[in-house]
Design a protein around this ligand. Structure first.
Ligand code: UTP
Length: 296
């Protein structure tokens, strides 16, 4: 029997973004822009490229700008039209999914990524679904989630995007235990959240892209807190190992952790250089600063 298609993606956007203060004091982290688009727009566009038609955003207080970004801006649109700025009108409307395709649910308390995903259970339903953390950006030829969906068609079960990290950094990630660490789709035997480098079972680390089976909600419903006092998604995923197929996918592309200031800065440079309209100006700026650094 073919694997059920992935049509729903859950976007957890209720976190406090404490690593990006003061920017995130009064604005949603997911509205931070990389060049000219907010992180959440990149997330939805990536999901659309993967065939997703139903978008579930788990939001919280102070995140209204996200809903506004996916609504019409009548006054602005009318003004732009009256001024003949059709290209600008396209820029504020082209990315909008069809009416009714986005669903919002509030997490109420930021108890962790696992809890945020659990809050989407009624909207995600009984089918397998994707999870996209919008603060992880992946610059790639093929949308990262599309790569996962393609791999899922053959492998089924649960899948997570993984990348090799320096051993010194494992304490920042969920890390795989796997019998075939060199495979493109390593089988997952175990998952450890934020292990110390000496305790890490491998250096293959999870980034914010997943395909999960609906049984994950039973596990998340236990509300077990672990690392950092949070309800972790990795703990619930670990409980599915052995019951369902579970693989990592070494994706093609470069991932930027835009939840950190350094990752966000790097993403801005990389995305500007990758954009034909920005490349020349961005390259000139990078060269100027590089020359200054060489003189230091
Ligand atoms: P992070 O752990 O990076 O987000 O979660 P955070 O907690 O906002 O950031 P810091 O650590 O305080 O800087 C990744 C994604 O999960 C969401 C975040 O909004 C982000 O998009 N998230 C996290 C939730 O929706 N709810 C939570 O309880 C935690």
């Amino acid at each position: 029997m073919p694997n059920a298609p992935i049509r729903t993606a859950v976007f957890p956007v209720a976190g406090y973004g404490t690593r990006f203060l003061p920017a995130t004091k009064a604005m949603a982290k997911e509205m931070l822009t990389v060049v000219d688009k907010p992180l959440i727009q990149y997330g939805l566009e990536e999901a659309m490229a993967a065939g997703i038609t139903r978008f579930v955003l788990v939001t919280g207080r102070g995140k209204q700008a996200i809903e506004d970004h996916f609504d019409l801006a009548y006054e602005l649109q009318a003004t732009l039209k009256a001024r003949g700025k059709e290209a600008a009108v396209a820029e504020i409307t082209d990315y909008l999914p069809p009416p009714g395709a986005i669903h919002y649910v509030r997490q109420r308390e930021a108890l962790g990524l696992g809890h945020a995903v659990w809050c989407a259970r009624e909207l995600a339903g009984e089918a397998p679904f994707a999870v996209v953390s919008p603060d992880d950006l992946v610059l790639s030829r093929t949308a990262c989630l599309k790569q996962l969906v393609d791999a899922y068609e053959t492998l089924g079960g649960n899948l997570t995007a993984v990348m090799d990290v320096p051993r010194a950094d494992t304490a920042r990630y969920g890390v795989l235990a796997t019998p075939d660490p060199d495979s493109r789709t390593p089988r997952v035997d175990g998952l450890v959240e934020k292990p110390a480098p000496e305790a890490a079972p491998s250096t293959l680390s999870i980034i914010g892209r997943y395909i999960l089976q609906p049984e994950i909600f039973e596990e998340l419903g236990r509300h077990e807190r672990s690392v950092g006092g949070e309800i972790q998604l990795t703990d619930a995923m670990a409980a599915l190992i052995g019951r369902q197929p579970f693989h990592g996918l070494r994706f093609e592309g470069e991932r930027f952790d835009c939840g950190t200031k350094d990752g966000w800065l790097a993403a801005n440079i990389a995305y500007a250089l990758a954009d034909p309209a920005r490349r020349a100006a961005a390259a000139a700026t990078v060269r100027r600063f590089a020359a200054e650094l060489d003189r230091d």
